[in-house]
Design a protein around this ligand. Structure first.
Ligand SMILES: [Zn+2]
Length: 250
């Protein structure tokens, strides 16, 4: 498939990280013919339907080392749906200067999105309580396994001064790819959708959740070599989008 005209932050990070991937990593999953943009097996590729929305919220995805290379990663879906999404690979000692510049930029009020019980109580906010006027909320989403995410949260001194937005999950995760430890943590895309709800952007949250459903259904179908249901998540997504566009046109 031809390269999309504009690749987003995670697709660019993927290419950079892939260039220094080790041979054993490349061998894993070899033989599966995936689209390198949506990471689904090629006959389930959904790239033709991808469209990012403009939002009040901006996102930074802070990704653990090889997370960006994993086909099961759902942080990518945030960049698919939210135009102002940035992605960086985490480093404790050498954080990306571009990321640090964003964190201190006067246009943004950054928040680290993480469960309240891991943060000092004075840092915790439940909803972005009126960012100072003229500032946009910048949500930092940590992307990795749960163990890696906790490590990033603990060992990033340059995040320590920022408020923590604690997401109360309204439902258990619908993702069945990474629940090997029975933790049932929300997938990264689900965390971002809950963050959008907290930021009073429920419509985009729903958009992201439906796109997540499309990815999840096709990822699992591709993995288990199953076919899709008659009325698949993409059909639901497309119907919903058509209705949204019609509403906007009125
Ligand atoms: Zn694709």
């Amino acid at each position: 498939m031809p390269e999309p005209e504009q690749s987003h932050a995670i697709q660019r990070l993927y290419k950079t990280r892939l260039a220094r991937a080790t041979r054993p990593y490349l061998a894993r999953g070899a033989g599966v013919d995936r689209c390198q943009y949506c990471m689904l097996v090629r006959h389930y590729c959904v790239c033709a339907h991808r469209a990012a929305r403009q939002t009040q919220a901006a996102f930074i995805l802070l990704m653990y080392d090889d997370e960006v290379l994993k086909p099961s990663n759902t942080g990518r879906l945030i960049a698919d749906c939210v135009e102002d999404t940035h992605a960086f690979i985490w480093s404790r000692t050498a954080p990306d200067p571009e990321m640090l510049a964003m964190l201190s930029h006067p246009d943004f009020q950054p928040y680290v999105v993480f469960p309240a019980q891991y943060a000092a109580s004075e840092r915790v906010v439940n909803v972005p309580n009126n960012p100072p006027s003229g500032k946009r909320p910048l949500f930092i989403i940590i992307d990795g396994t749960w163990r890696e995410a906790k490590k990033i949260f603990r060992k990033s001194p340059w995040l320590d001064h920022l408020p923590v937005l604690s997401i109360q999950a309204q439902a258990f995760s619908r993702y069945q790819v990474r629940d090997a430890h029975g933790e049932n943590q929300l997938a990264t895309a689900e965390v971002a959708a809950e963050t959008l709800v907290a930021n009073q952007e429920p419509e985009v949250a729903e958009y992201l959740n439906q796109w997540f459903d499309v990815f999840r259904e096709r990822y699992l179908a591709g993995k288990r070599q199953k076919t899709l249901p008659d009325r698949d998540a993409l059909a639901v997504f497309i119907t919903h989008q058509a209705r949204h566009k019609a509403d906007e046109a009125v």
